[in-house]
Design a protein around this ligand. Structure first.
Ligand code: SF4
Length: 223
């Protein structure tokens, strides 16, 4: 499969996968237009120490369906977290991904806003969230708070939708400004959004209190 690099810390390895099927206006990922390098699943797995939690991130890892399944098969003794925009998570793929943890983004609930922001419809993403719940996955939904675009009202609507599916874990991510698209939300804005979501869901957190990326990680070039 194509990868950009591995980022290793004492407890986690992030496999950074290039390319994306969304075209988010405020994309802050440097992997979206990266081509990466072709490396076999076995070789990638061979560079990941036993017992390390593995995060598969992008870009969008589900672009490489068969290769993704091969890599997860190679990592069968390790905790694997798939970070995805959810657009390609259909039932057949999910049935083959049983046992892993999924972090799925929901950029917006409003279909027009989602299409304007990402270039894609959100119906399949909403369906994927329902399937993750029905198939009893360990999963979390996240939304990026983007000032002027996705704010507390939209996040409250997302939390209401999620509560209709189940008491789903929900995380609000503080936007990192890129290309002058929007600004960095204030801590108070994030806290207001968390409080609004907590009216509907029992497990709401934010990237302010709960970092996803270890600070001690180092980039490993395996090519
Ligand atoms: S889904 Fe993520 S990587 Fe893809 S365009 Fe949107 S922000 Fe960028």
């Amino acid at each position: 499969m194509r990868i950009s690099y591995l980022a290793l810390s004492d407890t986690r390895c992030t496999v950074q996968i290039p390319g994306c099927n969304f075209n988010c206006r405020g994309c802050f990922s440097n992997q979206r237009h990266n081509c990466g390098v072709e490396v076999s699943a076995a070789r990638i797995a061979g560079h990941i120490p036993p017992g390390t939690e593995v995060m598969l991130a992008g870009g969008e890892p589900t672009l490489y369906r068969q290769e993704l399944l091969s890599l997860i098969h190679e990592l069968d003794q390790q905790k694997v977290i798939l970070s995805t925009n959810g657009y390609l998570l259909d039932r057949s793929l999910l049935e083959n991904l049983g046992g892993i943890t999924v972090h799925i983004d929901l950029k917006a609930l409003d279909p027009k806003l989602h299409r304007w922001y990402t270039g894609k419809d959100n119906a399949t993403v909403l369906a994927a969230i329902r399937m993750l719940h029905d198939l009893d996955f360990d999963f979390e939904v996240s939304t990026v708070y983007i000032p002027g675009i996705v704010e507390t009202r939209e996040i409250e609507n997302i939390a209401r939708f999620l509560s209709g599916v189940g008491d789903i874990r929900y995380k609000i991510i503080r936007y990192v400004p890129a290309n002058n698209f929007s600004g960095r939300p204030g801590v108070n804005e994030i806290q207001d959004a968390v409080n609004a979501a907590r009216e509907y869901l029992g497990n709401v957190s934010s990237s302010i209190e709960n970092r996803s990326h270890p600070v001690d990680r180092k980039i490993v070039n395996i090519f």
